[in-house]
Design a binder for this molecule. Structure first.
Ligand code: BGC
Ligand code: ZN
Length: 386
C-alpha cells in the first residue's frame, strides 16, 4: 500500500513510500484493530518534521510514515476487541504510546518523564498517512456517525481538551473556582477549537490574535459568541483590563514572548496553560518583578500541556458532538483545504507551508463508501412511502 513518509534528519524528504499492508495479527492477543484511513489532517508538527527539525524513524526503519490527526473506519477486529469497536465503526487513534516511566505505566504517557517519547507519525512510530493502519484496541477511540465529516478534528481538539481538563484539575485546590472569563491567545486551529471547547462550557471567551478583523478566523470566533480582539489594536494587558480578569488563559500562538505578556495579564487565582511547541531559540526581555509579584500575591498558576490522555479524547468527542448541535456547520468551516489522495503530498506540503489563510489542511485518503451507503439508505427510507 501507499504511505507518505520522510527520511528523518533529511530536510524536505517527504515522498511516497510503498509499504506492506498491516494485518490484525500484527497486534498480539487478538487486540488488533485494522483501520481503513479516510482523512488525515496535517499541522505545524508535520511541517517541522519535513524540515528535519525533529522526528525519528522507528527502530530498524530509515523512513517515518507521517500524519497523526486521523479518521478512519474499522475493517477488521481481533477476537479480544471490545464490541464498541466493530467493522464499520468510525474511529480516531490516539498519538502517544507508552514508554517506561510510572506515568506511562498507568496509561498517562502524555505525562511521561522519559527522555524519549513515542508518537505515531512524529517520533519512533509510524503515523496514519497510509491506506491502512493497525493498532491495539486500547488506543482506538470510537466516534458516532454524526462526526463522519469532522472527526478528523478530534486530535487537535484533544490538545485544547487537555489544557482545559488540566486547568480544572489543578484549580480544584480553590474549592469554588469556576472559570467565568477566559482568554485564548491565537486563532489557528488549536485557538479556534479551544474557544469552542470553552464556549460549550458557557465560559465568556476573548480570543486574541494578531490579524485585524474582519476575516475568516475572526468571523468563526464571533459565530461562537466569543469576542475577537486583534493585538495590533489592543495589547493583551489592555484587553485584560477591559474584558478580564481572566480566570484561564490558553496560549496557542507559537510565539513564546507572548507567554510572559499573558502571565502579566492573568487574573488572581488564575491559570495560564501553555500549548505552543516552540522549537526555536528566541529570547525575550520580561518584567520579571511584576510578573513574579503578580503570581505570588495572586496565587496564580502557569502550566505546560502536551499531547492528550484517553480521557481528553473522550471529552473531545463529547465536545465535537455538542458543537454540531449548538453551532451546526461551524466545524466544517475549519476544513478549509482538502487534498485529494496520498499521491498529492507535494500539494499538501505546499498548502501547509504557503497558504497562510488555510485553517486545516487535510488529505482525503479514501472515499467513505460506508457513509455514502448509510446516506443512501436514509434517502431511500424517506423516499419510500410507508
Ligand atoms: C501533536 C501532539 C504531540 C505534539 C508533540 C502535536 O502536533 O498534536 O499529539 O504530542 O505535537 O509532538
Ligand atoms: Zn498536532
Amino acid at each position: 500500500m501507499k504511505a507518505i513518509a520522510v527520511y528523518p534528519g533529511k530536510p524536505n524528504s517527504m515522498h511516497l513510500e510503498e509499504v506492506p499492508e498491516p494485518k490484525v495479527s500484527d497486534i498480539p492477543d487478538g487486540r488488533g484493530v485494522l483501520v481503513k484511513v479516510l482523512r488525515v489532517g496535517v499541522d505545524g508538527t508535520d511541517k517541522e518534521i519535513n524540515a528535519a527539525e525533529y522526528g525519528e524513524a522507528p527502530d530498524g526503519s530509515d523512513f517515518l510514515i507521517t500524519g497523526h490527526e486521523s479518521l478512519g473506519r474499522i475493517v477488521e477486529a481481533g477476537s479480544n476487541v471490545p464490541t464498541s469497536l466493530k467493522p464499520g465503526t468510525l474511529v480516531v487513534a490516539t498519538v502517544r504510546r507508552p514508554g517506561h516511566s510510572i506515568y506511562d505505566r498507568i496509561g498517562l504517557q502524555d505525562m511521561t518523564t522519559d527522555d524519549v517519547y513515542y508518537e505515531r507519525g512524529i517520533n519512533k512510530r509510524h503515523g496514519y498517512l497510509a491506506e491502512y493502519y493497525v493498532e491495539d484496541a486500547q488506543y482506538i477511540v470510537p466516534l458516532p456517525e454524526s462526526l463522519s465529516e469532522v472527526g478528523v478534528l478530534l486530535e487537535p481538539t484533544t490538545i485544547a481538551e487537555k489544557a482545559i481538563n488540566q486547568a480544572l484539575e489543578i484549580q480544584r485546590r480553590l474549592k469554588v473556582w469556576k472559570p467565568q472569563r477566559a482568554a485564548v491567545l491565537g486563532s489557528g486551529t488549536v485557538g479556534l477549537l479551544a474557544t469552542l471547547a470553552l464556549r460549550v462550557r458557557n465560559v465568556e471567551v476573548t480570543c486574541l490574535s494578531l490579524q485585524e478583523p474582519p476575516y475568516r478566523n475572526s468571523d468563526l470566533i464571533e459565530e461562537l459568541g466569543a469576542r475577537y480582539v486583534s493585538t495590533k489594536q489592543t495589547p493583551i494587558a489592555e484587553a485584560a483590563e477591559k474584558f478580564g480578569p481572566f480566570d484561564i488563559v490558553l496560549e496557542a500562538t507559537g510565539f513564546s514572548p507572548l507567554v510572559f505578556e499573558a502571565a502579566e495579564s492573568l487574573g488572581k487565582n488564575g491559570v495560564l496553560v501553555l500549548l505552543s511547541v516552540t522549537g526555536g531559540d528566541r529570547t525575550a526581555e520580561i518584567n520579571s518583578d511584576h510578573i513574579n509579584q503578580g503570581f505570588v500575591l495572586g496565587n496564580k498558576v502557569m502550566v505546560g500541556s502536551v499531547n492528550a490522555s484517553p480521557d481528553d479524547f473522550v471529552s473531545g468527542v463529547d465536545d465535537l458532538i455538542k458543537a454540531t448541535a449548538i453551532y451546526p456547520g461551524w466545524l466544517e468551516k475549519l476544513l478549509t483545504t482538502p487534498i485529494d489522495g496520498l499521491e498529492s503530498y507535494e500539494e499538501m506540503l505546499r498548502e501547509l507551508t504557503e497558504n497562510k489563510d488555510a485553517i486545516k489542511v487535510f488529505v482525503n485518503v479514501a472515499e467513505d463508501s460506508e457513509k455514502k451507503a448509510k446516506r443512501g439508505d436514509a434517502g431511500r427510507a424517506v423516499a419510500t412511502p410507508a
